[in-house]
Write a protein that binds this ligand. Sequence first.
Ligand code: AP5
Length: 196
Amino acid sequence: MRIVLLGAPGCGKGTQGAHLAHDYRIPRLSTGDALRAAVAAKSVLGLRAKAAMDAGQLVSDEIVTGLVEERLAAADTANGFILDGFPRNESQARTLDAMLVHLGRAPIDHAVHLRVDEAELIERLQSRGRVEGRADDNVETIRSRLEVYRNQTQPLLDYYAQQHKLLSFEGVGDVLQIRNRLIEALGASRAESASI
Ligand code: AP5
């Protein structure tokens, strides 16, 4: 199963991605986690990414596609993977499609979208900011991240809908209930394609 997770900052991509990775026994690649690790390590890549991340803007396509290609080339992604936070604009989506061809991998099966309204997103992120102190979980940066999402990432919903790959879910409520809805829909969709 090759899954892309789509949705606004704070919608639960990381939370649900961890569940799906566990349930399907496939690796989850979070570009946000990888970039934060690079920033913490003060690597060259991290130093290049930090200003954009602190401002709530996208890091350059070149940096993130490099990270993703390196990860997808690893043997443990051969049976599937979950991409959390990538692609984030149409250029990255097209690069991903080409990258999978280049790596001899099958195309993305599903884009899983989590719907959460903005007031709830802001509340979740501010709350995490207070508890965990993540650098970009402050009101000003949260607003930039939401704007970037609306302008650059939201159009990907159409990109994947046109390919009949989009599965959209209500992302509010109990985490395990959301996870169960995802697993059920992904299982049904898998059974449907097997029967065609
Ligand atoms: P990234 O780390 O991907 O951040 P994000 O998209 O803003 O998403 P978050 O991690 O904040 O939220 P999430 O949707 O994963 O939700 P989560 O499960 O954590 O990216 C950070 C930055 O890196 C970007 O701004 C950009 O600069 C850069 N970047 C990353 N990828 C890039 C790319 N491809 N191209 C360019 N730049 C890139 O949940 C959020 C909170 O809500 C948690 O506290 C959680 O416990 C809680 N929560 C989850 N589910 C529920 C629920 N059902 N009910 C109540 N609370 C819940």
